[in-house]
Design a protein around this ligand. Structure first.
Ligand code: NAP
Ligand code: MG
Length: 399
């Protein structure tokens, strides 16, 4: 059988732990036998990030801007424990935060739905898509430990040397402080990306923040969203029957769990981080959530929404064939291949991506699935949950 060709390479970003193991397996069993795969490879495994002084992370992000489409494995965000575990020279920032800062994009997360997996929130009839602002706030914050009494101030110095300051706190003992920021341009492109995505997918848009408490910071987010909607999108949205709704973040959370779904929930960076795991967990499994970072310049990065599945990796290293679900990783690859196909006009490649997705869902719906899904399935049940290797073989067989 002739393999399906590619015009432009994908940026392939390798990662860590269990997802790195599955990454290889997915490529070997589900992609390489069918596609003449062309990629520009970046190894973002923790040791290589450390060895390159994290240079490889920025290079991979630049490559996505240059080539237009990337696919990324999950990566460890190093902390003190990881530094000890891997003997790291330095603690670099989260690779995802670095890549998102370069691409200045918005992350859209959507549950992957199999007919036999019912959400644990019974009122949900339609998927909830999270649109997560991917720049700034706590992910680009600076922090300081305060050792003892003293004043902390926030100082702005303008181009002419004009200074403005506010007191953050007068400390009477040790404490902690954090300074975070965002940029109007980034908030504006976040709002635009959300309305464009909503128009494409025909979804109403919800946006929520805490402007009652954070009158300037969150107030600015609210005002920019409203302005972008009024000046650029109201007419198009009304014509498409799509509404825009703003509310406070706590009210939004209460409405989300009582509602029936079927909307795009635009979230500030941190809210999106937390709420996408809530949506993924309640929709079924963390391993059934896709994630795509869309930059305003039209570059796309596809990944799984979950992490490196550390606990499974330790069991794998101990010799166990774990039942780790590879579906979100598979959908990261199919999302990237389909986008490449769309941009290059290579229909056969796009068709392959859809077939691979269908094969994965067909396997699950026929009762062949990993342990995380076996406990949730309301359809045919496997006698025993498949391990990742057997599950991937089951998909390959259908493909
Ligand atoms: P995680 O890797 O998402 O896993 C948390 C738990 O969720 C797992 O222990 C497992 O539960 C379940 N799970 C997640 N993905 C699964 C899958 N594919 N199949 C089956 N179960 C799955 O989060 P973590 O353990 O908190 O983080 C591990 C590392 O990932 C950290 O170093 C973190 O920095 C990194 N991380 C990376 C990204 C990214 O690169 N996008 C995102 C988040 C976290 P059970 O153990 O109960 O089976
Ligand atoms: Mg998260």
């Amino acid at each position: 059988m002739a393999k399906i060709g590619m015009k432009t390479p994908l940026v392939e970003i390798d990662g860590d732990e269990m997802t790195r193991v599955l990454w290889e397996l997915v490529k070997e069993k589900l992609i390489l036998p069918f596609v003449d795969l062309r990629t520009e490879y970046y190894d973002l495994g923790l040791m290589n990030r450390d060895a390159t002084g994290d240079g490889v992370t920025a290079e991979s992000a630049q490559a996505i801007l240059r080539l237009g489409v990337g696919v990324k494995c999950a990566t460890i965000t190093a902390n003190a424990a990881r530094r000890e575990e891997y003997g790291l020279r330095a603690l670099h920032p989260s690779p995802n935060a670095t890549i998102r800062a370069v691409l200045d994009g918005t992350v859209f997360r959507k549950p992957i739905r199999a007919a036999c997996i019912k959400p644990s929130i019974s009122s949900w009839k339609k998927p909830i898509v999270i649109g997560r602002h991917a720049y700034g706030d706590v992910y680009k914050a600076v922090e300081m430990e305060i050792e003892g009494p003293g004043r902390v101030e926030l100082v702005y110095t303008g181009p002419g040397g004009v200074r403005r300051s506010v007191t953050v706190a007068d400390f009477d003992g040790p404490g902690i402080v954090q300074g975070m920021h965002n940029k109007e341009g980034s908030i504006r492109s976040f709002a635009r990306a959300c309305f464009l995505y909503a128009l494409e997918e025909k979804l109403p848009v919800w946006f929520a923040a805490k402007d009652t408490i954070s009158k300037i910071y969150d107030g600015r987010f609210k005002a920019i969203f409203a302005e972008v909607y009024e000046t650029e999108f109201r007419e198009k949205c009304e014509a498409a029957g799509i509404s825009y709704f703003y509310t406070l973040i706590d009210d939004a959370v209460a409405r989300v769990v009582k509602g029936e779904g079927g909307f795009l929930w635009a979230c500030k960076n941190y809210d999106g981080d937390v709420m996408s795991d809530m949506i993924a967990g309640a929709a079924g499994s963390l391993a059934m959530m896709t994630s795509v970072l869309v930059s305003p310049s039209g570059a796309f990065e596809y990944e799984a929404a979950h992490g490196t599945v550390q606990k499974h990796y330790y069991r794998y290293r101990g010799g166990e064939k774990t039942s780790t679900n590879p579906v979100a990783l598979i959908f990261a690859w199919t999302g990237a291949l389909a986008k490449r196909a769309e941009l290059d006009g290579t229909a056969e490649l796009g068709d392959f991506a859809r077939r691979l997705e269908r094969a994965a869902l067909d396997a699950i719906e026929a009762g062949e699935m990993t342990g995380d899904l076996a406990v949730l399935s309301r359809g045919p049940k496997p006698a025993a949950a498949l391990n990742s290797w057997d599950f991937i073989d089951a998909i390959a067989g259908r493909l």
